[in-house]
Ligand binder design. Structure first.
Ligand SMILES: Nc1ncnc2c1ncn2[C@@H]1O[C@H](COP(=O)(O)OP(=O)(O)OP(=O)(O)O)[C@@H](O)[C@H]1O
Length: 652
């Protein structure tokens, strides 16, 4: 990490003075360094940034949150707060109001999401994003991503049952942001017709893999409810009670900040729900960015001074962020396993597919199925096999097939052929594993993931797998392919070479457990005039568009040119090692997408998630198909609207 990085960044944002009142309590007297003068007290304040009334949302974003995204991807937890008097622009700044209509006014959250999904050619890291959106209202926590019974339980300083949505595209992320925004508590007060009566915490969980380093970090974007004077806001009854709770939460945040800036040994996190929830983010191991929103009006001087003083306290915190690196912990916990993985001739498991902790544990604490236990199963008493071990065989085979396709000299046509082979092979292996696991129902396996399945032995599965592989190979290299009768004929020698390449380990590989899922989520459909006519909030981001999200080093997207109907092009933006893979993947995608009949048969896999099986059904797709194309060389996740490709095939 750069030594000059500011770990705590404090910015002041001055709300535009719409009342045209001449008398202002604030004046910026210098921007280099940024100094603010509180006029009637002749008192000056200095911060990292001071945004005058005319500063755009984009500038605020570039100077506050944008640098943090980089660190979050590197594994540093970060938190951005919007704090200030009610009606001074916190919700506007964060973008937690439901009806944003133009690009200029888009708030920080959406800009941040856009950056997470933005493709960067130089960045080879693989990123997995989950989102949660919590509201704290009257000292109770609610999950804004659940429409019903969304009250969350708090145990100590932990919130339980928070919905964490995995998102593959900006489009999906926007859907959840809008959903959460709609569910927030708002009410009109004298000072703000749409006053947020709650604190809202939008969290982006980011798991990143870059080379051997795996990190897991989160970025909290917090829109605090406004500090308010009951007299000014004119609240009473239940609204008054809201105000009391809001102020209580804010007071406790202030106390935590004071304790941190004073280097106290005791930090009073438990005083309110908001500080309890943010405990793991409000500490010195994180990046903190505060955007304190203030009103320039003389009548608001008291609140403005309070906000500036709060900002000063935060500025005094000397933090030293720490990276949440997984690999070091992983090595420590599993030295033997790590050694094995380094020595294995196969590729490491795909990070994107590694099992995630069920309850958002840090990656470092994942209880991954231990490789050593697999070895023990195999060498000492091959009497039983867990379902996850069974699926690991599938994955190992996949890894092996990956390594088969490693020679760069492979022509695209052979690659395609390899893909087809792998596809059928994986199907068969999937069936073998399923049938060997049949002693337990799928539900039971799902419920008891770690249970052993009696009667299924490593040797049994290995044997079955090797039989399939051998017969496939024989078919491919034998009579099945003729030089004259097949387009592959002229490449037959190459095919043979490739198939002989390193195929022997298939039958004796050690397990590498990864997770495969294939799902067709049924997102609520909004009626639209054209397949891509998105609502304003979605249009304002210059979309690379419906991103087919990235796995490993590849990324696909459907670029939709809004100006010409039906001009839907598929492209793959990729930093794949082998350029020809891109074409192949593109073709594979087009094949899958154009073949809508085929697509319509896919439905969510109902088998244990780790057992890699795509189930077919006659039910048509609702509106969206999402899944993975796992055909050998690379694995690409994609998600696209069925309507889009239907349109494409009919018009194009
Ligand atoms: N910098 C700005 N530029 C343009 N409009 C702004 C700006 N800041 C605030 N506003 C407008 O002022 C009004 C009040 O802002 P907002 O609702 O964001 O305040 P708030 O601090 O979140 O209030 P509360 O704490 O009551 O929820 C909104 O209509 C918003 O669009």
């Amino acid at each position: 990490m750069e030594s000059n990085t500011e770990f705590v960044n404090v910015a002041i944002r001055i709300k535009p003075n719409k009342s045209n009142s001449e008398s202002q309590c604030l004046c910026i007297i210098s921007q280099e360094p940024p100094v603010l003068l509180l006029v009637d007290r002749s008192q000056t304040f200095s911060f990292d940034n001071i945004f005058s009334e005319d500063v755009s949302q984009e500038t605020v974003y570039n100077k506050t949150v944008k640098p943090l995204v980089h660190y979050v991807k590197k594994g540093y937890n970060s938190t951005v707060f919007a704090y200030g008097q009610t009606g001074t622009g916190k919700t506007y700044t964060m973008g937690t109001e439901p009806n944003v209509t133009d690009q200029k006014n888009v708030g920080l959250i959406l800009r941040t999401l856009n950056q997470f999904f933005e493709y960067n050619d130089d960045d080879e890291s693989e990123v997995e994003i989950h989102l949660s959106f919590i509201e704290i209202y009257k000292e109770k926590a609610f999950d804004l991503l659940q429409n019903e019974s969304n009250r969350l339980k708090i145990k100590g300083v932990k919130v339980e049952g928070v919905n964490k949505e995995k998102v593959f595209s900006l489009h999906e992320a926007i859907h959840f942001l809008k959903m959460g925004n709609k569910n927030r508590h708002t009410r009109g007060t004298n000072q703000n017709s749409q006053s947020s009566r709650s604190h809202a915490i939008f969290t982006i969980y980011c798991n990143t893999k870059h080379k051997d380093i795996e990190t897991s970090a989160k970025l909290n974007l917090v829109d605090l409810a406004g500090c308010e004077s009951v007299k000014k806001t004119g609240t009473y009854g239940s609204s008054f009670q809201e105000g009391v709770n809001i102020n209580r939460g804010l007071l406790s945040i202030g106390q935590v900040m004071t304790a941190l800036s004073n280097n106290s040994t005791f930090i009073p996190y438990r005083q309110s729900i908001i500080t309890s929830i943010l405990k793991d983010s409000l500490n010195k191991n994180n990046f903190v960015s505060l955007i304190a929103c203030v009103s320039p009006l003389t009548e608001d001087t008291t609140e403005t001074v309070q906000t500036l003083e709060f900002a000063q306290r935060v500025k005094r915190i000397r933090s030293r962020p720490e990276v949440n690196e997984v690999i070091s912990q992983y090595k420590k916990e599993n030295p033997l396993m790590f050694q094995m993985k380094m020595n294995t001739p196969f590729k490491r498991p795909l990070f994107m597919n590694t099992p995630r902790p069920p309850k958002q544990q840090k990656l470092s604490t994942i209880n991954e199925p231990s490789y050593s236990s697999i070895i023990t199963d195999q060498s000492q008493s091959p009497k039983s096999l867990s379902s996850s071990v069974a699926s690991s065989i599938t994955n190992t085979v996949r890894s092996s097939l990956d390594s088969i396709s490693a020679p760069q000299a492979l022509s695209p046509i052979i690659r395609k052929y390899m893909n087809a082979m792998e596809s059928s092979l994986m199907d068969k292996i999937g069936n073998v594993i399923q049938s060997t696991l049949k002693t337990e129902s799928r539900e039971q396996v799902m419920e008891k993931e770690n249970d052993r399945t009696p009667g299924v032995t490593w040797a049994l599965i290995k044997n079955e797998v090797s039989k399939i592989v051998k017969s496939e190979v024989a078919q491919l290299t034998g009579n099945g392919v003729r030089a004259t009768s097949s387009p592959l004929g002229e490449h037959l020698d190459d095919v043979r070479k490739v198939l002989n390449y390193d195929i022997s380990p298939l039958a004796s590989t050690e397990g590498i457990t990864t997770e495969y899922e294939f799902k067709v989520p049924e997102l609520p459909v909004e009626k639209k005039s054209t397949p891509f006519a998105l609502s304003p909030i979605e249009n304002i981001i210059p979309r690379r568009s419906m991103r087919l999200s990235m796995k490993r080093r590849s990324k696909c997207s459907i670029n939709n040119n809004q100006n010409s109907v039906g001009d839907l092009e598929l492209s793959i933006e990729s930093s794949l090692t082998f350029r020809e893979d891109i074409k192949l993947l593109e073709q594979t995608l087009i094949d899958n997408i154009e073949n809508s009949e085929e697509c319509s048969k896919w439905k969510p896999a109902v088998v244990p998630r780790r057992s890699m099986r795509i189930q077919k059904s006659d039910k048509p797709l609702q509106n969206k198909v999402q899944g993975k194309i796992e055909k050998g060389i690379k694995c690409v996740e994609y998600s696209c609207r069925k309507k889009a490709f239907e349109n494409n095939t009919t018009e194009g």
